[in-house]
Design a protein around this ligand. Sequence first.
Ligand code: NI
Length: 156
Amino acid sequence: MKNSKANAGEGGIKKSDKIPSARFSVSIPSHLLDNLDQMVKEKGYGNRSQAIADMIRTQLVEHRQSTGDREIAGTITLVYDHHKPHLQEMLTAMQHDHHEVIISTLHVHLDHYHCLEVLVVRGKSKDIKKMADNLTTAKGVKHGRLSITTTAKDIL
Ligand code: NI
């Protein structure tokens, strides 16, 4: 197949030994392109193509969160007051209930009252979201957040 000349690839797509590159042409408002180039420069990307590939991956990871049977990886961060009656026991029990998707945990005693807990999780999107909802909405949890990334199997 012949490669067509493409504006989006002006920065040059580096040929990789393993992953073949594809070129495509896009039309966007010129001010958007100016802003993109400014961001590419500020963030230190080698070229425009790298930045666009990163943005596509980010969007794909986000999109796949919405399809329940996909395997995803991520972290659940919780901040809570361990003096709150029964809270720690309940959080621990919840984690035992979901031991198959919790790969690792980190517990930090922030101060006299507060604990920071980070759970590294991997599993089906719908299971992880449900578990994260249960943990982050538990009474006494002052801040909770699920951050989803990819297992990298089909996205690189
Ligand atoms: Ni603690």
